[in-house]
Unconditional design. Sequence first.
Length: 355
Amino acid sequence: MGAKPPHGLVDPAAAEATRMFREAAEAPALVRAQLERNAPIVQTLAAQLRAAPPRAVVTFGRGSSDHAATFLRYLIETRLGVMTASASPSVSSVYEASPGMEGMLCLVVSQSGRSPDLLASAQAAAAAGARVVALVNDEASPLAAQADLTIPLLAGPELSVAATKSYIAALTAAAQLVAFWLQDPALIAALDGLPDLLADAWTRRWDAARTRLVDARNLYVLGRGVGFGIAQEAALKFKETCGLHAEAFSAAELHHGPMALVGQGFPILAFAQDDETRAGVESAVAACVSKGAEVMKVGGSDQPGVCQLPAPSAHPVLEPIAFVQSFYRMACELAVARGYDPDRPPHLSKVTETT
């Protein structure tokens, strides 16, 4: 990449030529095919879970996949009332411990299905009595072979190191599972419109955010509830593709220490889907503005002193998926504007061999 363009300007052709941009743009079409193909698999699993509800649910994932698991955890707990926890893969892969999981549902989220720690975790969970379901992109992976059931993400080859379409596919699989498990007609109907929602979100330009962040050194990303996993994902993408240090926080945690760093010009990106958490996020945003922070917000209503980024309105479970689709476009353009190649982050590889 050449020198960073001034004032946040970016050559559109340079951004659009990246694999990250092209792969993220594929999300609407792949989600349409994914929802159709997976419906019979997910409906069958959902009927089994209603007939024999799990005692609890545990999730396993790393990186973007773990952020998708955060989204799934909030969905299951808030919509189904089933206790759900994110388990640490190192419990099995490093400590070789096997907590009892009799009667539990274990959901393993992975792009490659080849990370040694996730394979060890899935194997240990099965041995401890859990039913293991893999949400995995590679259907020929060891994880898919090991699981009791696989919900394929069907994102196709993803060559950019930065995950985009596979993350959106994982969120879609999570929403479809919960919609059928709960037999929620409103969410099921909304899922039918998700491909069009994603296509709309891809056209929403966040040039104002890119311009504000092109010279930034750090920022906070805020979210809450089902939007928190999207905040986590955005913070990761800022780090790995843009060379920009970002930390994700629940808006509820802001006053428990992180607010100490907020001051004049401090950049904040906030996600506010239109559900029970919206008021809390907007209250946190107002508090940051009062400290002089430069706040950009997605979703919710206009607020004084806040840069409101364009986003489509939708079912509150699906709004965060649309938010991250728009974010990916901006992040790719921001990376190019800052002089980075988003397809080749330093020191990273596509399959992470964590043990």
